[in-house]
Structures are given as C-alpha cells and as structure tokens.
Design a protein around this ligand. Structure first.
Ligand code: SF4
Ligand code: SF4
Length: 167
C-alpha cells in the first residue's frame, strides 16, 4: 500500500490513466458486479488499515454535517447549536460545512476530537462499500488522489479488468 504522504504525487503521475479507467468501467462494468468488487476490496483492505496513521481525508476535505447532526456535536462540545454554527460552520453552499481544513477536530495523534458524534460524511468516506459505485466513479477517481486505500483498490481493479495501462 502506498504511503499516505505519497498518494498525491502518485496520482499526479497516473491521473490520465485513472480517468481513462473510469471511462472504461463506465462502458464495460456491470453495475452489480462492480459494487461487489468494491465491497470486497473495501473489506479486505480496510480491515487491517490504521486510518489514524493517514487522515488525508481529514486534511483535504471539510467535514459536512446534516441538520440533525448538529445537536449531538453541540451537546458534546457543551455549546448551543447556534454557537457551534457561528464558530465552526460555513453555510455558503447550503449545507453545514466546517469552515476550515485540515479539520479543526483532527488530533495530533490522528484521532478525532468528536469521534462519538462525527458526521456520517466522515464515517462513510470513502463510500466504497456503498451501492451504485458505477454512478460515483468521478468521486472515486478524486479519492484516488487523497486516499491510499482507494488508490490501491483502483490499481487492483485495473488488474482484475486487465485494463491496458498508459505507459
Ligand atoms: S479513509 Fe482513506 S484517506 Fe481517510 S484516513 Fe482512511 S486511508 Fe486515509
Ligand atoms: S470530524 Fe473527525 S473524522 Fe471528520 S474530518 Fe474532522 S477529524 Fe476527521
């Protein structure tokens, strides 16, 4: 598995290939089969991967809260919901996105300060165990730039589909 600090450079070298593979999958992959393949790789690779040693997603994306996720985190931080929004949230794009990245709740040791009430957008990332991956391939390619595990998944899928790599 590639080092978290090296994934961006590795992606830059094969960006065109990853987009070409995305187009290949769009045209050749069976929707249900592809979901099964992603799910299998997700389980295989994440079971032994220590995300606290990476946290690229916490550094590169702004966590996004649903309305009903604001109360638990505000209570946890001993704040009112309005104070939480005022202090941490940017509502420019209509949802409740953290103002800053890297995430202000990312701890030195790679832990999450709000682990017990972090939003589903954090829990579910990188979504490779979710259905309908054929329709989310653009965001999966984007994740191959950030996430070493998704980078590895894509490489293994290229082998599985005998995809001709760009030299
Ligand atoms: S989900 Fe991916 S990017 Fe996020 S911490 Fe785990 S390996 Fe790193
Ligand atoms: S809330 Fe926690 S899991 Fe989500 S981005 Fe911040 S540190 Fe990472």
């Amino acid at each position: 598995m590639i080092e978290p600090s090296k994934v961006k450079d590795a992606f830059n070298r094969i960006e065109a290939e990853n987009y070409a593979f995305r187009a290949y999958l769009k045209n050749h992959a069976d929707e249900n089969e592809l979901d099964k393949q992603f799910l299998k790789l997700h389980k295989e690779l994440f079971v032994s991967y220590d995300c606290s040693k990476c946290r690229n997603c916490c550094k590169e994306y702004s966590a996004s809260f649903k309305k009903d996720e604001l109360d638990p985190v505000s209570v946890f931080l001993k704040m009112t919901e309005n104070n939480f929004i005022e202090k941490y949230i940017n509502q420019e794009f209509g949802d409740y996105q953290l103002k800053v990245k890297p995430c202000c709740f990312l701890k030195e040791d790679g832990g999450c300060e709000i682990e017990t009430c972090k939003p589903n957008s954090c829990r579910d990332y990188p979504y490779t165990d979710k259905p309908e991956r054929l329709f989310s391939l653009l965001s999966i390619v984007e994740s191959t730039r950030i996430c070493p595990v998704v980078f590895e998944m894509f490489e293994r899928l290229k082998d599985k589909y005998k995809f001709k790599r760009i030299k």
